[in-house]
Design a protein around this ligand. Structure first.
Ligand code: HEM
Length: 534
């Protein structure tokens, strides 16, 4: 025997003790983890004074230690003593996060999640310390005022070298930064953004007209270019669509990938230039930085701003640049996905497209420009189509999780106790496809369900509270009104100007197959044929 029974039992005990320690002080980084796991068995061997020590003994000690640590963790996670034990879910998910990591990598998280809810019900344990909740009362209480804040999911996505953007901030810091963002999306501010929006929609129409003689036009790509350019206008970062990797980044978006770092660098360069130049329009940047009263270019270097004097604390330049980069990603890709999905649904349902085109023609007769938000309220069927599209294919399908504070005694939501430290997902895709909230034809594109005239049937269910494509509560989508305005304007303008159908040979199912959930949705090509209307 290379080690006696008693010393081996001590190694087993060390494995179990290490697990107990991890339960109280969860390692937050690999360095943290390794700095405990590597020295602990060596320290024990030193205490045991095993001599002479050889490689076999060290190997055995480490193996026994790791096996005991892992067994202790696994047994605890599946035991009735685990605080989430009463929640149903697949055994593998209770034991490890690795399955989720893999599923997330494949881009099918939203689909797998929906299957789990279909099988296990509205509360599912999807990870050792993770719950997914589609009971809308509980979900709204979790996301809404007095609910839960963001947790370790967002921490892990922060770049330690850069200041946090709005998405990554929590608590008072989030509230303070959000106040600046909100000013950029009031009705008055939206009216100020109208010119920039109209200009970009016009250039989209020109570009589509130029390529409309081709046998196939990738509409998804053109919508990406449009939304990137428009967000570039808003965030004061110009000529985005002429930089190919920016488009690639927006279309693929793995967090903090090489392209994201390049994007940040790009944002820093352009943001710094804008900062020096000053503001001549009231775009998003203007609100994040603060207004320049005199519209004069700056002649000296600033590290901080807020000349409007609306804030007690001036926002730091680095934070404004970080938020600017966030706007380009959060604001462009999501809207382009929403619009692409809308066209996909309309082309798949020609009778809906026909009805919509009639509505648009009615509101904007032949010689009238459709580029006016003031008439959007006269387009109820378009609003219904957009709602239905955002319901069936929400561009942020899983939504970011919230977390019960680690140092709390747990929280109660809709009568269900959720223990401290639990990360809670409120997956939008699964909520929107729950027949309890939307039926009949839950999985079908039926815009009529959103119209009062289509809801005569007493068997129809439309739970407006359960419609949360922009999430809900204090950290919901701050740009939602702008996103809707963009979608309304682009859709009405394109449908007003073109007849549109899938390109020959394109299989529409391929569109949905290529939608991947990577926090926001990534997508493939949408080949269409455009014919100018006479
Ligand atoms: C159809 C288009 C859009 C959809 C479906 C969408 C959806 C969402 C969702 C679900 C969230 C919550 C994420 C979370 O809690 O983890 C969010 C947050 C956010 N969205 Fe959007 N979004 C869209 C367009 C926009 C636009 C145009 C902007 C403008 C810049 C924008 C800026 C943001 C920002 C800054 C946040 C973070 C808010 C915060 O943490 O307080 N989004 N969006």
């Amino acid at each position: 025997m290379i080690l006696e029974t008693q010393p081996l039992l001590q190694v087993v005990a060390l494995g179990v003790l290490t697990h107990l320690y991890f339960r109280k002080f969860e390692p937050t980084s690999l360095t943290n983890l390794v700095s405990i796991i590597v020295p602990a068995p060596l320290a024990l061997l030193a205490i045991q004074k095993v001599a002479p020590l050889n490689a076999g003994q060290i190997l055995l000690t480490y193996s026994v230690f790791l096996v005991s640590l892992i067994c202790s963790i696994v047994l605890y996670r599946v035991s009735p003593f685990h605080p989430l034990a009463k929640y149903p879910g697949p055994l593998i998910n209770k034991i490890t996060q690795f399955r989720n990591v893999w599923v997330q990598h494949t881009g099918h998280l939203h689909l797998v999640n929906k299957d789990l809810h279909d099988k296990y019900g509205p509360f599912v344990r999807i990870g050792p310390n993770e719950l997914s909740v589609i009971d809308i009362n509980a979900a709204l209480a979790i996301l809404g005022p007095g609910g839960l804040g963001k947790g370790r999911y967002y921490e892990a996505r922060k770049d330690p070298r850069a200041p946090g953007n709005l998405l990554a901030l929590q608590g008072q810091a989030h509230t303070d930064r959000r106040r600046l963002w909100s000013r950029a999306f009031t009705n008055e501010s939206l009216a100020n953004h109208e010119d920039a929006l109209v200009k970009r929609v016009e250039s989209l129409l020109t570009n589509l007209t130029n390529v409309s003689s081709s046998p196939s036009v990738d509409l998804s790509m053109w919508l990406s270019l449009f939304s990137l350019d428009f967000m570039g206008d808003m965030a004061s970062i110009s000529i985005l669509s002429q930089v190919p990797w920016v488009v690639q980044t927006a279309q693929r978006l793995p967090f903090l990938s090489e392209n994201i770092l390049k994007l940040r660098q790009f944002a820093v360069e352009h943001g710094t230039a804008r900062f020096k130049k000053g503001a001549d329009k009231k775009d998003l940047w203007y609100h994040l930085v603060g207004a320049f009263k005199d519209h004069q270019p700056r002649t000296h270097s600033f590290s901080q701003s807020d000349e409007a004097g609306l804030e007690k604390e001036r926002p730091a330049v680095g934070a404004v640049i970080a938020d600017s980069a966030l706007a380009m990603i959060a604001g462009s890709d999501t809207t382009a996905t929403g619009l692409s999905n809308l066209f996909y649904f309309l082309m798949s349902h020609p009778h809906c497209l026909k009805r919509l085109q009639a509505e648009i023609d009615d509101v904007f007769p032949k010689d009238e420009s459709p580029l006016s938000s003031s008439k959007h309220s006269k387009l109820p069927y378009l609003t219904a189509c957009i709602n239905e599209c955002l319901r069936l294919l929400p561009p942020a399908p899983t939504n970011g999780p919230r977390q019960v504070p680690q140092d709390s005694s747990g929280r109660l939501f809709a009568g269900r106790f959720i223990p401290a430290g639990t990360q809670v997902y409120t997956p939008i895709y699964s909520i929107h496809r729950n027949p309890e909230y939307f039926s009949p034809q839950t999985d079908e594109f039926v815009p009529e369900r959103w119209l009062a005239s289509g809801r005569d049937d007493a068997d129809q269910t439309l739970n407006l509270n359960a419609f949360i494509p922009f999430s809900y509560g204090q950290a919901n989508c701050v740009g939602r009104n702008l996103a809707r305005r963009e979608m309304m304007m682009v859709a009405s303008a394109v449908i007003h100007k073109f007849d549109i159908r899938f390109a020959d040979g394109f299989k529409p199912e391929a569109w949905v197959d290529q939608l991947h959930d990577h926090f926001v949705t990534t997508r493939g090509a949408l080949p269409v044929i455009l014919s100018l209307r006479v």
